[in-house]
Design a binder for this molecule. Structure first.
Ligand code: ZN
Length: 310
């Protein structure tokens, strides 16, 4: 069993409109934009990163806004719900806030003894807030959200699968242990996680396969401390027969990618070097940052990328 994985690092989704997405994640949810860059593999669109104040792995929600993209179709083989941790007693505040702002899909529910509130993101993204006792992660404190209710980071992600067997075995290899099962949902967790140590597996044999589009999660990334930990994980996964990319430099972390047995794209990302790699912590996410290989595109990109709020 691998011991290097620390929990979720980031979740990356697709969106239709950069401005609408930016307003929703910073304005409505109160996360901090910690990086404004482009999709390294398709530099004509943004890659926007949102997190707590210090861009801590386990709190990082990222978006590729593609203006022409069609809506995604929910189904199997994807992350169905991305779940954020909020303080105990704060769901009433959130229910009112989200309703006042016209957010759709609001639905209170209980899962594994926890109170949660489901809601839709700007493109119908499957989101939920769950009350967590004593989450030590510091929230972004400059947002328009009551500090005592602010999002602390990810609590979990819920994967929708036709058959969970292969994905469960992979997560157990990655250091997760099954905790409990309820209504067809298996919960796995890591005891010594970065705060985002829970993965739920929802088995839905009859669901259609998801079709990726606006509001879909593109991939889920798991955190490791550094390059050495990443290489050890890569080697072990290769020995288990997974097809894994070489290490790719994403400027703020180093990444490897592979398809999990249930169809969800997994990434393993390093905590190093982090979002203060190319700008001051005090000004994260304000200026357009370009990787070296796309620096020559700056003039065109500054003209063509939509303006988003400060
Ligand atoms: Zn990623």
């Amino acid at each position: 069993m691998l011991t290097q994985i620390e929990g979720i690092h980031h979740v990356t989704s697709m969106a239709r409109d950069a401005q609408v997405t930016d307003r929703f994640i910073t304005g409505t949810l109160g996360l901090r934009r910690v990086k404004k860059t482009v999709n390294f593999d398709a530099p004509d669109v943004y890659h926007l990163y949102y997190a707590n104040g210090i861009g801590q792995p386990g709190t990082v929600m990222t978006y590729f806004p593609f203006p022409q993209i069609v809506p995604g179709r929910r189904g199997a083989g994807e992350v169905g719900t991305t779940v954020f941790s909020v303080p105990e007693g704060s769901l009433g505040y959130w229910a009112k806030r989200l309703e006042d702002q016209g957010v759709g899909g609001l639905k209170p529910e209980a899962r594994f003894g926890e109170q949660r509130l489901r809601f839709d993101g700007a493109d119908g993204d499957g989101f939920a807030l769950v009350e967590t006792k004593g989450d030590p992660r510091a929230p972004w404190d400059s947002a328009d959200v009551a500090p005592e209710a602010a999002i602390r980071g990810f609590h979990s992600a819920s994967l929708v699968l036709h058959d969970r067997g292969g994905t469960q075995a992979l997560l157990e290899l990655m250091g997760y242990r099954p905790d409990a099962e309820e209504d067809g949902v298996l919960r796995l967790s890591r005891a010594d996680a970065n705060g985002a140590g829970v993965i739920d597996l929802e088995t839905r044999p009859d669901a259609p396969m998801a079709r990726q589009g606006a509001g879909s999660v593109h991939h889920i990334a798991f955190a490791v401390a550094d390059d050495a930990a990443q290489l050890a994980v890569r080697q072990r996964l290769i020995e288990e027969g997974f097809q894994i990319t070489p290490v790719i430099d994403r400027d703020y972390f180093h990444s490897i990618y592979f398809r999990s047995p249930g169809g969800v794209l997994f990434e393993i990302a390093t905590n190093q070097p982090g979002f203060a790699n190319d700008e001051d912590m005090a000004h994260l996410g304000e200026a357009l940052k370009l990787p070296r290989q796309h620096a020559h595109l700056r003039e065109r990109l500054e003209r063509t990328l939509p303006e988003i709020g400060a």
